[in-house]
Design a protein around this ligand. Structure first.
Ligand SMILES: *Cc1c(COP(=O)(O)O)cnc(C)c1O
Ligand SMILES: [Zn+2]
Length: 414
């Protein structure tokens, strides 16, 4: 059955349109590279969904955007509360870099601590629709822990493959949520291939974000919320870090939906941020050529993706929005994590610090004008990766409980 407002799926490579699509994940003509995109009947949606209906809607989760989601309905089971995260005006950070209108979308407060919850809850809902009892994925960490949490809430089983380097906080989450966890000796590519084989052989529901076309639709709700939370006023730039490319694709899709519905007047320029040690999409963008595999050499584990699985949509987001790609070093990421924490009280994991570092660098390079309205997307909570957090700072030595030391302590305060 096709959801009411969905027209079908279109292949991003050969353009074939599929009306009857429930069993499809990728295009049968193009194979795994034939990533599909969900198309909506915007005309029909307009009759049921507008600024007025949104302003009356009391459901402050991603389900407020149900007409724009590829589902038959909201699942009946109680779910984790995903989405409608705060959009902060970050004045102190803005002042430090002469950015007058700077906002931070705090997706670190999602139930499992990252933006990935937006995709995972869609995976859970689609798996329920498909009558599956087990969901499988590979992940650098957040997609995995997020899937495990959202699946646990509705009693679905998970089989999850992560690379050995996945941060301990994310592994702890996985085990606490009761996932069947496989730690693969190797990198993300190795974990991805294992999950693919498991899905092919056992028919588990597939939560690999690029291959499953519905997950980007979950991720796009971050952009839908940004539109609503900025009163549908125009935004000049949105900054987001990029690994597989599904998040940036979702960000573009959300703004595209809003523009197609006439709810915003322009799609913001999108700035994709990659790590210096792993920037295959930036390189493809700059050289206007095919993607080349890259090393995965950065402490920002969530964006350490040597072969991005969603390159077409990730590049399209930037081309079509007249945005850009930029890369940042690990030191710049650690610095950005400190700056964000000190100025705004927000603790970011490295991949999320990368977005802030990307903002700082773009500003220094003159890409952003002082008066531009800019939104940085904070994608993951720093508590997930304490080891990296500690790399960004120096812990003080323990002192004797001797009050005569207080004078020196107070003199040293910053
Ligand atoms: C997954 C992730 C990203 C990047 O998303 P992709 O879809 O892989 O490009 C950025 N930040 C965090 C915290 C993530 O978990
Ligand atoms: Zn195709």
């Amino acid at each position: 059955m096709r959801p009411e407002y969905v027209l079908g799926l279109r292949c991003t490579v050969c353009g074939t349109f599929f009306e009857d699509f429930e069993a499809l994940f990728t295009c049968p003509h193009c194979g795994e590279k034939g990533i599909l995109d969900v198309e909506y009947d915007y005309l029909k949606i307009k009759g049921h969904f507008d600024k007025m209906s949104l302003s009356r809607n009391r459901d402050y989760t991603i389900w407020r955007y149900l007409p724009l989601l590829p589902l038959l309905g909201k699942p009946k089971q109680p779910l984790l509360k995903v989405g409608y995260t705060p959009l902060y005006e970050v004045k102190r950070l803005g002042e430090a870099y002469h950015q007058q209108n700077l906002f931070l979308k705090d997706d670190g407060v999602n139930p499992t601590g990252s933006l990935k919850d937006r995709a995972s809850i869609l995976a859970v809902a689609k798996a329920i629709e498909a009558g599956k009892d087990t969901i499988c994925c590979s992940s650098t960490g957040n997609a995995a822990s997020s899937l495990a949490g959202n699946a646990a809430k509705v009693g679905l089983k998970t089989l999850i493959f992560v690379p050995e380097r996945a941060p301990k906080g994310k592994l702890a989450q996985l085990m606490i949520y009761g996932a069947n966890l496989v730690i693969v000796k190797g990198d993300y590519k190795a974990a991805f291939n294992m999950s693919k084989a498991a899905i092919d052989q056992y028919g588990f529901y597939n939560r690999n974000a690029a291959i499953n076309p519905y997950l980007v639709e979950g991720k796009k709700t971050v952009a839908l919320e940004i539109c609503e939370q900025t009163n549908f006023e125009s935004i000049d730039w949105v900054i987001v870090s990029v690994g597989d490319g599904c998040t940036i694709a979702g960000v573009y899709k959300g703004f595209y939906d809003m523009k197609s519905l006439g709810m915003i007047s322009k799609i913001p320029r999108i700035l994709g941020v990659q790590a210096d040690g792993c920037k295959p999409l930036l390189e493809a963008f700059v050289s206007n050529s095919d993607l080349k595999e890259s090393d995965e050499n950065t402490l920002a584990d969530s964006i350490a993706v040597g072969i991005p699985r969603n390159p077409k949509k990730a590049l399209k987001a930037v081309y079509e929005s007249k945005g850009s790609y930029i890369s940042v070093t690990d030191d710049e990421i650690l610095e950005a994590m400190r700056i964000l924490g000190r100025t705004e009280g927000v603790f970011a994991e490295p991949a999320s610090g990368a977005s802030v570092a990307g903002f700082i660098k773009a500003k220094q390079r003159g890409l952003l004008a002082d008066g531009d309205r800019v939104v940085i997307i904070h994608t993951g909570n720093g508590l997930k990766d304490i080891q990296s957090g500690l790399k960004a700072v120096t812990l003080p030595e323990a002192v004797d409980p001797d009050t005569t030391q207080l004078k020196t302590i107070v003199e040293r305060m910053n």
